[in-house]
Design a protein around this ligand. Structure first.
Ligand code: ADP
Ligand code: ZN
Ligand code: ZN
Length: 760
């Protein structure tokens, strides 16, 4: 809709969220708009450009704008192609704006699928507002009866045959002559016109009506035959949560690996389906979605499931998003960004592997999808389940204080399946060839003989972590990052795993000229090679970010593993999470010692979670599992806890340490992060930032320090830690401080706030 200039008295002012790094809404004039238009997308002039934004507020002109009226500009166009963003979603955006102190426009615009940020309507309307589809006559046309040289005809018929009505624009895309052909088809009665229905309000909830419309009985939603009987513990968990679906309650589902958390989710989703409500399921890894999606689809064949993650193309993501908004999908499965999916009938949120740090976004709006999900559940008045075998200490602590209710699944779901036996191999005394110790090789041999699968876990991709000069000690560095280049032998490249920089192998050491440079240490490729040499007949597959890069590669490998066409899996943490390989009985863990002595206070927690996860891949069905950890520190408390599968006592020890040291969850933290060309500039900016506002007594502002990764992609990075025992005090300080920061000169720096940081 284009606007004409009209008399001001009839005008409204819209306050628009625009993707700019200023924390404010921008005012524009529009005629003819109503409160129901809050949440529509709009095109507005901004500087010399036109940009897309979202209408967050609408006020009558008479109420006045903060902008003098002569400067107020008219909005260019309002998009009513889809229903406005619903209030609960806008509310979620406002929460993120306030809690993470991130500019409102950036929160809103980056929370939307890319297609909705573009300056055009989502549904391409033809100028006449018409769309075209095949008639019954058109559908019965045999394509082969059309001469092969009439490519345009054949193509258009096939395109329309896909089922979706097309507008003129779309038809034109198939060929420049397609519009002529369309006319012909219309004359032949093969195609009919339909007026585009106004993209009005979303379909009314409850969604369950659509089952009836499909003729499917509610009972058919679930295929009872494949549903296992719940274990006693699963039943308890299901009963507890199921009894309280109508109100906000955070549940910590603390179940050991293989305890059947997924089955509890399935039962609850089924319950929600019967209630005609939607479930949002968040998973940490895009690679976990296909597997879970398959499980959901086979259990709920009649339910509409949408999976949303960054691997989808823009159209698919937008389409899924709109489906969810219209209430046309009952199950939304996705990675962290899916937390911003509008769902009018939302009745339950599940966050699986809630401890996983990939729920935290590390750039732009640095939100934690888990925490945002909790806020969302609270606002919606619905339960939220945080599932994990190794809950984050934050969530565990919340379950101790009673903020969350903990449900325990302490045994494996498959009868006879028991947690694997964990043993350490002392790497200081064992004979080791190419990174593999003798006992480990023997254990692999045993599995090969008995036809069971093994997993060799090494959380480092590439061939070797460094290229080293034995003569002078030089190590190939990344010139853009404070990191070393990783040797990728097959591709004959050195790669930086932080910035993506790649270079060829140097012919000689740049320091001393020595030509005999050697890869040092082990990565997945090297372990794979060593295993291939040791077991030439074994079917070995390597699974890491490099090997699954090609589209569908991962799906293909997964199928091979499941169908027993693989003997040994070598891989990184991609393999550690969530997967259920019933025939896998041995897990060998290499090189996990590095994390034992990290300076990060969360390192032990993370290392333990990861070890428990990967160990949990062994012996999930009736074959007993064994875990071998090859380590130089077999007596380390972390490994002791792993041997006993004792999360609780380790968690308590770690919590006690955190309390003494004054770390989260006993304090709340935020970082002011800065990037600059040179470290002095970054540190100087931080020092000035610290001086602009005195914190109250309960809030501590620490000295500026270089980040752990002090240099990344050619930028120097530093931060300032702000900490308080009171979340409210911290928030109040950040809010006041942010305003002043926006005014602080710092042209040569980029700064951002990180609330509840997980990386330093
Ligand atoms: P978790 O996610 O807790 O690690 P899963 O949900 O993957 O565990 O379940 C582990 C295995 O146990 C799966 O193969 C699953 O099919 C099976 N399982 C789950 N619940 C039951 C049950 N009640 N009876 C029999 N098998 C079950
Ligand atoms: Zn050298
Ligand atoms: Zn780099």
């Amino acid at each position: 809709m284009e606007f004409e200039q009209r008399h001001y008295a009839l005008m409204f002012i819209i306050r628009v969220a625009i993707d700019v790094p200023v924390d404010t809404l921008f005012d524009y004039l529009v005629p003819e708009i109503g409160l129901q238009d809050i949440g529509v997308r709009v095109r507005v002039p901004f500087g010399k450009k036109a940009v897309t934004g979202v209408v967050m507020e609408i006020i009558p002109y008479s109420s006045g704008s903060r902008i003098p009226s002569i400067k107020l500009k008219y909005a260019i166009e309002i998009f009513r192609d889809i229903a406005p963003l619903p209030e609960p979603l806008l509310d979620l955006f406002r929460f993120c704006n306030a809690y993470y102190h991130h500019p409102i426009g950036q929160v809103v615009m980056n929370g939307l699928p890319g297609r909705l940020r573009e300056g055009k309507p989502l549904v391409k309307n033809s100028p006449a507002g018409l769309r075209y589809r095949l008639t019954d006559a058109g559908r019965s046309v045999d394509v082969s009866s059309i001469p092969a040289r009439s490519i345009v005809k054949r193509r258009l018929l096939a395109r329309l045959g896909e089922g979706m009505p097309l507008c003129r624009e779309e038809i034109k895309q198939s060929s420049v002559r397609a519009l002529h052909t369309l006319k012909e088809f219309l004359a032949l009665g093969w195609v009919e016109e339909e007026a585009v229905s106004p993209p009005a309000a979303p379909a009314a909830f409850p969604v369950s009506t659509s089952y009836d419309a499909n003729g499917a009985k509610r009972a058919a939603i679930i295929d009872e035959a494949t549903v296992p009987t719940l274990t006693r513990e699963q039943q308890c968990a299901f009963d507890a949560i199921g009894a309280q679906t109508g109100r906000f309650k955070p549940w910590l589902l603390h179940g050991i690996t293989g305890s059947g958390k997924t089955e509890v989710y399935l039962r609850l989703i089924s319950l929600l389906l019967r209630q005609g409500r939607q479930t949002l399921v968040l998973v940490p890894e895009i690679n976990l979605t296909p597997q879970l999606e398959a499980i959901f689809r086979s259990r709920f064949p009649a339910a509409r499931l949408i999976s949303l993650h960054s691997g989808l193309n823009a159209s698919a993501r937008a389409a899924g998003w709109v489906q969810a908004q219209q209430g046309n999908a009952e199950i939304i499965l996705g990675t962290r960004l899916a937390v911003f999916t509008p769902m009018p009938g939302l009745g339950l949120i599940i966050v699986d592997e809630e401890q996983d740090t990939s729920f935290k976004q590390q750039e732009g709006l640095r939100y934690s999808a888990r925490d945002v999900a909790i806020f969302r559940a609270k606002r919606a008045g619905i339960p939220i389940i945080l599932g994990s075998a190794t809950p984050s200490l934050e969530s565990y602590y919340n379950s101790i204080t009673g903020r969350y209710s903990r449900l325990r699944l302490a045994s494996r779901a498959v009868s006879n399946a028991v947690p694997p036996v964990v043993r350490c191999i002392d790497a200081r005394t064992a004979k080791i060839t190419e990174g593999l110790s003798e006992p480990l090789v023997a254990a692999l041999e045993k599995r090969l003989a008995s036809g069971e699968q093994s997993l060799v876990f090494i959380n480092r991709r590439g061939y070797a972590p460094v290229l080293w000069c034995g003569a002078c000690g030089w190590i190939a560095p990344c010139h853009r990052c404070s990191s070393r280049l990783v040797v990728h032998l097959r591709e004959e490249k050195l790669c930086c795993h932080h910035c993506g920089h790649e270079e060829r192998f140097p012919g000689a050491c740049p320091e001393c000229g020595n030509q005999d440079l050697a890869p040092y240490g082990h990565g997945t490729q090297r372990v794979e090679t060593a295993l291939e040499q040791r077991f030439p007949k074994a079917r070995i597959v390597r699974i890491d970010r490099d090997s699954i890069r090609r589209k569908d590669a991962w799906q293909h490998m997964l199928k091979n593993i499941q169908e027993q066409r693989v003997d040994i899996l070598v891989g990184t943490q991609i393999l550690a999470k969530g997967h259920d390989f019933p025939n896998l009985s041995l897990v060998a863990i290499l090189n996990s010692d590095a994390s034992l002595f990290s300076t990060d206070f969360r390192a032990s927690e993370r290392a333990f979670a990861q070890l428990m996860q990967v160990a949990g891949r062994a012996g999930r069905a009736s074959i007993p599992g064994e875990v071998l950890v090859q380590t130089g520190f077999p007596a380390h408390p972390l490994y002791e806890a792993l041997k006993k599968h004792d999360y609780d006592s380790l968690a308590q020890t770690l919590l006690a340490e955190r309390k003494t040291a004054g770390f989260p969850p006993f304090v709340h933290q935020a970082l002011l992060r800065v990037e600059a060309q040179r470290m002095e500039i970054a540190l100087d900016y931080l020092a000035r930032a610290a001086a602009i506002l005195n914190p109250p007594r309960q809030v501590n502002v620490f000295d500026p320090v270089p980040a752990q990764m002090a240099r990344l992609r050619g930028m120097e990075r530093a931060y300032l830690l702000i900490q308080s025992g009171s979340r409210r005090k911290l928030q109040e300080f950040l809010a006041a401080w942010r305003v002043k920061l926006a005014e602080l000169p710092g042209r040569k720096v980029r700064w951002s706030l990180d609330v509840d940081p997980v990386e330093f």
